[in-house]
Design a binder for this molecule. Structure first.
Ligand SMILES: Nc1ncnc2c1ncn2[C@@H]1O[C@H](COP(=O)(O)OP(=O)(O)OP(=O)(O)O)[C@@H](O)[C@H]1O
Ligand SMILES: [Mg+2]
Length: 630
């Protein structure tokens, strides 16, 4: 018969250095672990010029061959049963040269030594017990070693400085001999600094911390909802089926022992909550605890007042408040969802927030996972109606339509027969029923407001129902600014077509230092203000510069203004122009060079920027005008 059998190929040895992730923390953990397994109580680490020396006071090494036996270990049987050593740990130092001294013997394992070349054992001058390892590495600083040494039970010093030694579990815990561990449940925020730093240093975080003899494995397992619980699992050294995944040993192997551990964690969580006397467990888990023989009281009521929330930011909807002394049992839940219920949810919320009632109307939101508890059984509101009056104005703003109506009311029908109806200044337009009576919500908001909404609501409360902040768009401030602008324009337009102009004018006068009683604006730009103190102030439009410009640039402007302009006038107009020219010539240009009448002088010189035509030039102009017109 031909058979096959498993063998270890020596090629594996050459790859041994790759069994590890190559982290400094990984190396520290392996070396401390060996010292602890050797029964050491003390480990001294020294850094000297890039060389690390680790000395322990354990039982030392009799058989040096064990050091390089990939897959083989030299520990006692109880340790084999509790820790399942893999015989690979020391290879985390390969391929760096390693000097090992113990029991008067020493060996230098070179790079080739790690991959199979025979290494000669020599005599060591030091007759110390325990084991000493020397190798080159980046510094093993106190800060790096501290968290890794904290729960090993060893007294570790780094360059003469002591690492703190911590109890992984303090106070009471429950012993699970079948799993070789003790378990303690704590609230997340009840974690001591040490443990918290371990959780935070773990890449993905987690809420189960297993102290595997100094090496802390963190993973996530949340058998109960409604509570942030952390589970501390301290291995005792008893025989256990809990195994670390090789080679990195940063997580647990998924085996029956892990499933058993998870069941134990669930049980411990329920026991912990039993001890707390109150809890927020979903109903199913409350029943599960009962099934496991742990009697718990009903969960404390878990609810939110109102039905709408901003998802952790702004804008926020109008707030619904719980009146003082109002019992939860007098509140309402929204009936099970139907199509169109998004608008129902919004309208029930708005009715409660904006409506006036003799008896308070308070809707609350309770997660369906709490259905089953007596306190969660509340009357519901099902049918919701919106009645809107005459439409005054409608505009698309942000991502919805804002419709202003002259009257608005919401009615909600309670399952207890009560009807809540009130006038409101805002409501969401429910989707129109289709032919078969269904209401389909297309996600497009149509929001009703009455003119009162301008006074009663903040812009954000309206924005909330018109799409709110879009996190894929501009910054929050920009979007808010744009929305405010559009909404302001909406209210202005509602007040009439002239309202924007009136507001603009008033806006300009808002900052007048002395206030004002009246302001008159003339078409020529003159403004007369009778100030708040009664003094009249006249503002004239600025005069054009009086002195002719001498610069090259100004010269060009004047030259440009000498370009002929084409003037189209009819015969009567031309006759008047000619008459005016002749009158001007006769009245203003006869005696002196300068024009006496200031107003006429301003016109003839275009505000002092041109040299007025003199009498002879006016003759020529009149001639040209006459000629061109024939
Ligand atoms: N500090 C030490 N004191 C005494 N013996 C040691 C020490 N370090 C290593 N050894 C011996 O060397 C062997 C190999 O160590 P190595 O770390 O490679 O494997 P292991 O500890 O058996 O298993 P694991 O892969 O879980 O670390 C050990 O089984 C032990 O016999
Ligand atoms: Mg080891």
């Amino acid at each position: 018969m031909t058979t096959i059998k498993a063998t270890v190929n020596p090629r594996l040895l050459r790859k041994a250095s790759r069994l590890f992730t190559g982290t400094l923390a990984g190396r520290i953990i392996e070396i401390l672990q060996n010292a602890r397994r050797a029964g050491a109580t003390r480990v001294t680490i020294t850094n000297c010029d890039g060389e690390i020396t680790v000395r322990d006071d354990g039982r030392g090494i009799e058989d040096f061959q064990k050091l390089l036996d990939l897959g083989g270990s030299g520990w006692d049987p109880q340790l084999e049963a509790s820790e399942d050593p893999a015989g690979v740990g020391l290879f985390c130092l390969s391929p760096r040269p390693l000097l090992v001294e113990s029991h008067g013997q020493c060996v230098i394992i070179s790079a080739e030594g790690w991959t199979g070349k025979p290494m000669e054992i020599g005599k060591s001058a030091s007759a110390k017990t325990g084991t000493e390892l020397s190798f080159t590495d980046e510094p093993w600083t106190l800060d790096t070693v501290k968290p890794l040494a904290a729960f090993t039970g060893l007294d570790v010093t780094v360059d003469g400085q002591k690492c703190p030694k911590e109890q992984f579990i303090t106070g009471q815990s429950s012993h699970h001999p079948e799993l070789g561990c003790r378990i303690k449940v704590v609230r997340d925020n009840g974690l001591a600094m040490w443990r918290r730093s371990v959780v935070q240093s773990h890449e993905f975080g987690g809420n189960v911390l297993v102290n595997f003899h100094g090496q802390v494995i963190v993973f996530s397992y949340r058998p109960v909802g409604g509570h942030d619980l952390t589970y501390l699992v301290d291995m005792t050294g008893e025989t256990t089926g809990i195994r670390l995944m090789l080679p990195a040993r940063t997580c647990l192997v998924e085996n029956p022992a892990l499933a058993q551990l998870q069941a134990a964690l669930e049980l411990e969580a329920f026991k912990y909550l039993q001890g707390q006397k109150h809890h927020r467990l979903p109903y199913k888990q409350y029943l599960r605890a009962k099934e496991l023989g742990i009697a718990l009281p009903e969960a404390e009521p878990v609810y939110r007042v109102g039905l709408l929330w901003a998802n952790g930011g702004y804008p926020e909807p109008v707030e619904v408040a719980m009146p003082k002394g109002h019992a939860l049992s007098q509140c309402y839940r929204l009936a099970d969802s139907q199509e169109g219920d998004e608008s129902d949810e919004a309208n029930v919320h708005l009715l409660a927030a904006l409506g006036q009632f003799d008896q308070p109307f308070v809707p609350v939101d309770i997660g369906s996972e709490y259905d089953g508890y007596a306190w969660a059984k509340l009357p519901t509101v099902g049918r919701v109606e919106v009645t809107a009056g005459k439409k005054l104005q409608e505009t698309w703003i942000n991502s919805g339509t804002l419709i202003c109506v002259d009257a608005l009311a919401i009615t909600a029908h309670g399952s207890d027969g009560k009807v809540f109806r009130a006038a409101v200044c805002m409501a969401v337009k429910p989707p129109e029923p289709t032919k078969d009576g269904q209401r389909i919500w297309f996600g497009e908001s149509e929001v009703y407001v009455t003119p009162q909404a301008q006074q009663e609501l903040s812009n954000g409360e309206i924005w909330f129902h018109l799409g709110g902040y879009n996190d894929e768009g501009d910054t929050y401030e920009t979007q808010e600014y744009d929305f405010d602008k559009e909404l302001d324009a909406f209210w202005l337009a509602l007040a009439g077509p002239e309202e924007p102009l009136r507001c603009q004018l008033l806006d300009c006068l808002r900052d007048l230092a002395k206030g004002w009683q009246s302001v008159t604006i003339q078409p020529d730009g003159r403004v007369t203000i009778i100030q708040g103190d009664g003094i009249t102030k006249t503002l004239l439009p600025p005069k054009p510069a009086a002195t002719p410009a001498t610069s090259a640039a100004a010269g060009q402007t004047i030259a440009a203004r000498h370009e002929p302009t084409l003037l189209r006038v009819d015969a009567r107009e031309l006759a008047t122009i000619l008459a005016a020219l002749r009158y001007h010539q006769a009245e203003n240009l006869q005696d002196t060079a300068a024009i006496a009448d200031q107003a006429i002088s301003d016109i003839a010189s275009d505000g002092g920027t041109l040299k007025p035509l003199h009498s002879a030039e006016i003759d020529q102009l009149c001639q040209r005008l006459n000629l061109n017109n024939t």
